[in-house]
Design a binder for this molecule. Structure first.
Ligand code: ADP
Ligand code: MG
Length: 418
């Protein structure tokens, strides 16, 4: 390995090209020294040489902290997702960070690497794994609290959506229980109201999550694993609040059901729980990065709202521009607002005021507060923007401005975008 190779990492990256209905695969080289990347498209034909797709360049939001399997970032309006390491060097280097110190030949790069890692606000332990997790209907009323616990346990949520499951979805998820006496119960239990499906990332994600979930029977969990989610939120061996995949194979299969990497050739994933009866709230990327999702949901609940649907999105630039079109040429922060919304994951919510009594749209605007968080802190200190906002662009939440746009904005997120 020469010095040049030593300074770069190599990943496999995928982009779901919806126009062409196919998943494009790329090799991405990431240069540690200046945070630049280079993309080569991998072609299907045997022997076809990879084609240069993007010359070495710097891309906003690409940095060492985002270089892990499962992370998504935006390259020229396309959402690219890292699906794997492309060489053993990268796997080992990123995976065994602590051993890097001994193995590094180039002391300068080594130092640069470590300093950079330590400086990352959102630094995640490297060599992360993914797993599937789900809150069952009986846990949904306290999902805000549970999301905070999940965060405190060190899990990063890279995908989430509320789903209304039907019998077939449940038979797919629990195919190993075919013919079991409790299957009828399970179908009843999980079809009564929505569940929250999630893709979690952490070190040893599968076992780490199962340990946090606890034993199947919540009563046993309270004795054997009192801090576990089932001990805290479940009732018995049937109503046990949460689901987890028991091994790597199940986790892959279950993630594929709920978050298929492509729609091409897949059974359709479970339907979202959106009803299009509420109003739209988007928890912006900065607020998610700062770990405010659980607390924002708590405030929304305390404000008398019910969250009907919730889904994580990695918004593409064209879509952000479309959403914010009304502000173009009107609000000076328009371009920065588009940048912020495409900066990383956001979470869209459909919220309804007090079980449909009253006007969700205007009530929610009151709860969100003035657009400028500094003004909000002065005149409406109990609003979401006063509590979680920083600037006019990083103001924690987007909410629909005029009542005429409510339906189209909710539909845009929950029907059109995937
Ligand atoms: P786990 O969810 O811990 O992997 P299982 O795969 O054995 O547990 O069962 C799937 C789900 O079915 C359980 O989480 C629980 O909700 C329900 N269940 C399991 N066993 C019973 C039972 N004996 N009676 C009622 N419900 C059960
Ligand atoms: Mg199981």
């Amino acid at each position: 390995m020469n010095g040049y190779e030593y300074k770069r990492c190599s990943f496999l990256v995928e982009w779901d090209d919806e126009d062409a209905s196919l998943v494009r695969k790329f090799q991405m080289l990431y240069y540690l020294e200046d945070d630049t990347i280079e993309l080569y498209e991998l072609r299907k034909n045997k022997g076809a040489r990879p084609r240069l797709f993007l010359k070495r360049t710097r891309v906003a939001a690409v940095n060492l902290g985002s270089m892990h399997v499962g992370s998504t970032f935006n390259v020229m309006g396309r959402n690219m997702r890292i699906s794997d390491f492309a060489d053993e060097f990268t796997r080992n280097k990123l995976g065994k960070l602590l051993q890097v110190v001994d193995r590094c030949v180039d002391r300068f790069v080594e130092l640069l690497f470590i300093i950079e890692v330590l400086n990352q606000d959102d630094f995640l332990p490297l060599y992360l794994k993914r797993t599937f997790a789900m809150l069952k209907p009986d846990a949904m009323d306290r999902s805000d609290e549970i999301l905070n616990l999940i965060k405190d346990r060190g899990f990063k949520i890279v995908n989430m959506k509320t789903v209304s499951l039907d019998r077939n979805d449940i038979l797919r998820l629990y195919k190993e229980h075919e013919g079991k006496p409790f299957l009828g119960f399970l179908v009843n239990y999980l079809t009564t109201s929505p569940c929250l499906a999630m893709e979690l990332v952490a070190e040893n994600a599968v076992s780490h999550w199962m340990e946090f979930v606890g034993p199947t029977d919540s009563e046993r969990a309270r004795v054997e694993a009192p801090g576990s989610l089932r001990a805290l939120y479940g009732r018995d061996k049937g109503y046990n609040a949460v689901h987890g995949s028991k091994n790597e194979e199940d986790s892959k299969r279950e993630l594929d059901i709920f978050f298929p990497s492509t729609q091409v050739g897949n059974l359709s994933p479970p339907r979202t729980s959106a009803t299009l009866e509420g109003t739209l709230c988007i928890v912006k990327p900065h607020a998610l990065k700062e770990g405010h999702l659980g607390s924002i949901l708590q405030e929304i609940r305390k404000g008398g709202f019910r969250v009907i649907a919730m889904q994580m999105f990695y918004v593409e630039r064209v879509n952000a521009e479309e959403l914010y079109e009304v502000y173009k040429g009107v609000v000076p922060e328009y371009a920065d607002m588009v940048d912020e919304l495409t900066q990383g994951a956001c979470v869209a919510l459909e919220v309804r005021y007090d079980a449909n009594v009253g006007d969700s749209h205007s009530r929610f605007r009151e709860l969100a507060g003035p657009r400028d968080p500094d003004i909000a802190r002065h005149i409406e200190p109990s609003t979401l923007r006063a509590k979680f906002g920083k600037t006019r662009v990083e103001n924690a939440v987007h909410c629909t401005d005029i009542p005429e746009d409510v339906v189209s904005e909710v539909e845009y997120f929950f029907l059109m975008l995937q």
